[in-house]
Design a protein around this ligand. Structure first.
Ligand code: PEP
Ligand code: MG
Length: 537
C-alpha cells in the first residue's frame, strides 16, 4: 500500500499507464563518428515530420483546417535550411553530440525570435520550442504525445500540468496518481471537476508501479493498493457500491434551496474551467457559477482565443444558467498555469511574479479582448466579473479604468452590454484581506480565494507535498483574514463568497457559515454534500 495526499474523492479500480517524465539531459560529451551522428539527426527529423503530418491530419479532422495549420508551420521549421545547417554544423565543426547540437542551435534561433518586436514573430519562439522538444524526444526514444486508447485507466505521472489534465478523457481515465503536487495544485482541482479520484504528492509512485499493474485508488484517504488481493478487491467493490448509493441519496437535494436552521439563505455554486463543465454544476443543483477559471480557455492551443471565441463561451454559460449568477474571473495565468505561446519569463518565484491581473494590466490588448467579450456576452444572463490577485485599491481602480475604456469603445460602435454587471475581486493576497474594509467601498463583491490566500499567508507553496503539512485552512491567521474580509464587506453592504477549495471542505463549512459567508463555490462534485451539511447548521 502506498499513500499520498487525497486530492479528489471517489474510488477506482483500474489498470496503470505511466506517463513518462521526460527531462532530457544535455551532456558536453564530444563525438568522433560525425557521419553516424548526422544520420541520427536526419532520421529524427524524418520521424518528427511523419508525426507532425499525422497530427496535422488528425487535428484537421477533429478541430478543423485552421487549427491544423500550426503543424504545417512546425514542419516548415524542420525544412528550414538555416536551422538544419546550423545543427549539422554544430556536429561537424564542434563535434557536439546530436542532443547538444540540437539544443545549442535551436536555443540560438529561439533567442533571436524572442528578441523580435513583432508579436507574431515573437510567438514563433514557442513553436520552435515545441519542434525542439519533439525532435529531442525522438532522438532519445521518448514520446511527447500522450494518448490513451483503453478504458479503466489510472494515469500515473511524476506531475501533470493543468493542460495535461485538461486532455484526460473521462471515459477512459478513471483516476490519476502523481509523485508531486498538493491538494490545491491546479491538476488536483481539475480532477475534482472531472469527478475522478486522484492522489497526489505520493513521492515515488512512478517508480513503484509498472504499466499494466492493477491498482485500487482511494481518493478519500489518499491510499493506493498495488496489485491487490481478492480480499481488498472485495472490500473496495463494496465501498464503490455504497458510495454510489450515497450519491443517489444526495441527488434528492438537487432542487432544494439551501438555508441554515436559522433561515439564512446560502448560495452554493460551482467552479468551472470549461464551458461544458456547466452541465455538472446544473446536475448537482448549483445555485450558479461562483468561479469560471477562464484561463483554461487559453490552454491546449497555439494562440489566445479570439474575442469571438470567448464571447461564444461566456454567452453559452450565461444562457445555460438563466437568471442564476455567473461569476467569471478574468485571465489568471502564471504560477503553475503557463501558456507556451505567451513566452512568460522564467522567474525565481512564479507565484509571486508576473501573474494574473499583473500580467493583464501589462498586456492591455490581451486583457481588453477578454473584457470586450465579457461585456458583449453580459446581455445573455446574470454576469458578475472578478479580477484575480488584486493586492490593493489602486490596482482595482487601474483595472476598472480599462473596463471603462472598453465600454467607451463599444459605445462608439453602438455595441450593447448590460449595465447591471457586478464587478468584484478575489481576496487571495493577504494585503487585500487586510484592506478589505477599504476595498469594499469600491467593489460590488468579494470572493475569497483560499488556495492562494493560505499559501501567501503561511508562506507555504500550494504545489509542494514536502511542506503540505503546513498548509492548514484552519490556521488562526487564515481564519482571522477570512473574518476580516467578511466583516469588511458586510460593513459596506457587499456580499462575500469563497471559491477556493476551502469552500467545499466539510470540516471548514460550519466555521464559515458562522462567520457569515454568503456564497460557497466549489467543484460540482462537492455541491450536494455541502448543501446537506449547511441545512443542519
Ligand atoms: C484560489 O486561489 O483560491 C482560487 C480560487 O484561484 P486559483 O485556485 O485558480 O488560483
Ligand atoms: Mg488563486
Amino acid at each position: 500500500m502506498k499513500s499520498g495526499i487525497a486530492a479528489s474523492k471517489g474510488y477506482a479500480i483500474g489498470k496503470v499507464i505511466i506517463k513518462s517524465h521526460q527531462e532530457i539531459k544535455v551532456t558536453d560529451e564530444l563525438i568522433t563518428d560525425i557521419k553516424g551522428e548526422k544520420e541520427k539527426f536526419l532520421s529524427a527529423v524524418e520521424e518528427t515530420k511523419r508525426q507532425l503530418e499525422k497530427l496535422k491530419e488528425q487535428t484537421a479532422r477533429s478541430m478543423g483546417e485552421e487549427e491544423a495549420e500550426i503543424f504545417e508551420a512546425h514542419m516548415m521549421m524542420l525544412e528550414d535550411c538555416e536551422l538544419v545547417d546550423a545543427i549539422i554544423s554544430e556536429i561537424e565543426v564542434n563535434h557536439f553530440n546530436v542532443i547538444k547540437a540540437v539544443s545549442q542551435a535551436t536555443d540560438r534561433f529561439i533567442a533571436q525570435f524572442e528578441a523580435i518586436e513583432d508579436e507574431y514573430l515573437r510567438e514563433r519562439a514557442a513553436d520552435l520550442k515545441d519542434v525542439r522538444n519533439r525532435l529531442m524526444a525522438n532522438l532519445t526514444g521518448n514520446s511527447v504525445d500522450f494518448k490513451i486508447d483503453e478504458e479503466n485507466i489510472v494515469v500515473v505521472a511524476h506531475d501533470l500540468t493543468p493542460s495535461d489534465t485538461a486532455q484526460l478523457d473521462k471515459n477512459k481515465v478513471i483516476a490519476f496518481l502523481t509523485d508531486v503536487g498538493g491538494r490545491t495544485s491546479h491538476s488536483a482541482i481539475m480532477a475534482r471537476t472531472l469527478e475522478i479520484p486522484a492522489v497526489v504528492g505520493m513521492g515515488d509512485i512512478t517508480s513503484s508501479v509498472k504499466n499494466g499493474d492493477k491498482v485500487i485508488v482511494d481518493g478519500f484517504t489518499g491510499s493506493v493498493i498495488i496489485n491487490p488481493g481478492d480480499d481488498d478487491l472485495e472490500i473496495y467493490k463494496k465501498k464503490i457500491n455504497e458510495y454510489q448509493e450515497e450519491l443517489k441519496d444526495l441527488k434528492k437535494l438537487v432542487s432544494c434551496e439551501t438555508r441554515t436552521k436559522q433561515g439564512k439563505r446560502i448560495y452554493v455554486a460551482g467552479n468551472i474551467g470549461k464551458p461544458e463543465d456547466i452541465y455538472q454544476v446544473i446536475e448537482n443543483g448549483g445555485d450558479g457559477v461562483g468561479l469560471f477559471r477562464t484561463e483554461f480557455l487559453y490552454m491546449d492551443r497555439n494562440s489566445a482565443p479570439t474575442e469571438e471565441e470567448q464571447f461564444e463561451s461566456y454567452k453559452f454559460v450565461l444562457e445555460k444558467m438563466g437568471d442564476k449568477k455567473v461569476v467569471i474571473r478574468t485571465l489568471d495565468i502564471g504560477g503553475d498555469k503557463t501558456l507556451p505561446y505567451m513566452n512568460l519569463p522564467d522567474e525565481m518565484n512564479p507565484f509571486l511574479g508576473y501573474r494574473a491581473i499583473r500580467l493583464c494590466l501589462d498586456q492591455k490588448d490581451l486583457f481588453k479582448t477578454q473584457l470586450r467579450a465579457l461585456l458583449r456576452a453580459s446581455i445573455y444572463g446574470n454576469l458578475s466579473v472578478m479580477f484575480p490577485m488584486i493586492s490593493g485599491v489602486q490596482e482595482f481602480l487601474a483595472t476598472k479604468e480599462i473596463v471603462e475604456e472598453c465600454k467607451r469603445e463599444l459605445d462608439e460602435h453602438g455595441v450593447v452590454y448590460s449595465n447591471d454587471i457586478e464587478w468584484g475581486i478575489m481576496i487571495e493576497v493577504p494585503s487585500a484581506a487586510l484592506c478589505a474594509e477599504e476595498l469594499a467601498q469600491y467593489v460590488d463583491f468579494f470572493s475569497i480565494g483560499t488556495n492562494d490566500l493560505i499559501q501567501y499567508t503561511l508562506a507555504v507553496d500550494r504545489m509542494s507535498e514536502k511542506v503540505s503539512y503546513i498548509y492548514n485552512p484552519m490556521h488562526p491567521a487564515v481564519l482571522k483574514l477570512i473574518k476580516m474580509t467578511i466583516d469588511g464587506a458586510h460593513k459596506h453592504g457587499k456580499w462575500v463568497g469563497m471559491c477556493g477549495e476551502m469552500a467545499g471542505d466539510e470540516s471548514a463549512i460550519p466555521t464559515l457559515v458562522e462567520y457569515g459567508l454568503d456564497e460557497f463555490s466549489m467543484s460540482a462534485s462537492s455541491i450536494l454534500s455541502a448543501k446537506k451539511l449547511i441545512m443542519v447548521l
